[in-house]
Design a protein around this ligand. Sequence first.
Ligand code: C5P
Length: 437
Amino acid sequence: MPRLANSVHHYDIRVSDNDHWTATGLVNGKSILLIIGGGIAAYKSLELIRRARERGARVRAVLTPAAQQFVTPLAVSTLCEEKAFTELFDLKDETEIGHIRLSRDADIIIIAPATANLLARMANGLADDLATSVLLAANKPILAAPAMNWQMWENPATRRNLARLRADGLHFTGPAEGAMACNEWGVGRMAEPAEILDAAEGILNAEAGPLKGAHVLITAGPTHEPIDPVRYIANRSSGKQGYAIAAAAAALGARVTLVSGPVALAPPANVRLVRVESARQMLEAVEAALPAEIGIFTAAVADWRAADEHAQKIKKLGKAKAPTLTLAENPDILRTVARRASQRPPLVIGFAAETENIVDYAKKKLAAKGCDWIVANDVSAEIGVMGGDDNQVLLVTNDGAEGWPAMGKDEVAEKLMQRAAAFLRDKRSGLAAAAAE
Ligand code: C5P
């Protein structure tokens, strides 16, 4: 059997702040169980095996009967340098390595291509071949890379199956939009092998992350407060900082609920996104998502809403008769959650956008809202934080204020979540020590 070039030991080391190093994105030394479904994209799974092995992973593969119409077990086993698994009822293999062992031995299971049929069988808990039996018995994270004709992808039956599988905790990457093997154009092309491996690395990282098991609840974006059916009060918040925090929390292993006002951003991977419009809807969604270990309130919630929402569009009645808008105060979501008697998250973080006296105002806000930390930033027009990609913040706690250098919003997010993870760890060990006394 031909030997592949030696594995490239591929570490992506990033300095996330001055006092620690994080190694991220490793399939190096990990075992991947690849389930190959029966679709034309199966040819790309051969490439996936090559790329995974280059990154230092061990790959074992299972082919469904339909997959074997597209790629051969011989090609797969040659690239894996392992037997390719195809049969559920192979007495020899069931004694040597059965479907339970296949999943137990893996660190992650990747389904590529995940066909509509395979997803449908999984969504219904079927175990009628080796692939579905392995998947039903799996105790490891599962990443699916769907690939199918765009109409199959959009079919309500597939949408139902996906929703079910997502709720069951399956991870997805892709599909992408593009030309299809059937000469049509649409969403349904399998993600590229490198993207699939990047997604797998993200999941493996999260599995070992310091926020594993914690629920992080985040608000983001502006709110829209209706005046009438076509008009609303809004603000310029882009939602970028909150979305970056959601992504950073998920990357550290947290279960993330992101309650978002209307923004033009793609949802971060592995985050439960709850879309809302108004402040009142946002509060309702936040309270419904409790309990959480950490609450982070980045949303630029409108302070006021129209006191009376008109059921019909307000008519222009001539110059002298411009309507008067009466405003009513919105609920303060941060304050409401931070002051809850029950289910108050152990760590509540607010944001303060100020244009002057930042530290002073942030300290006052910390006390007024009842939160634990305030991340304060200068949003005066010349700084360009609103809508921009960079941010310069001060972390204000009861112990004082700490200025962070200007950095990308994603770096602020990562640094903040590392801090939050350390806070939770200290709190947990403090509680454990107190219990032991
Ligand atoms: O009061 P101010 O808008 O400056 O407070 C900012 C902080 O309070 C942010 O964390 C913001 O998300 C939160 N907030 C809120 N609900 C409001 C107003 C602000 O959650 N109605």
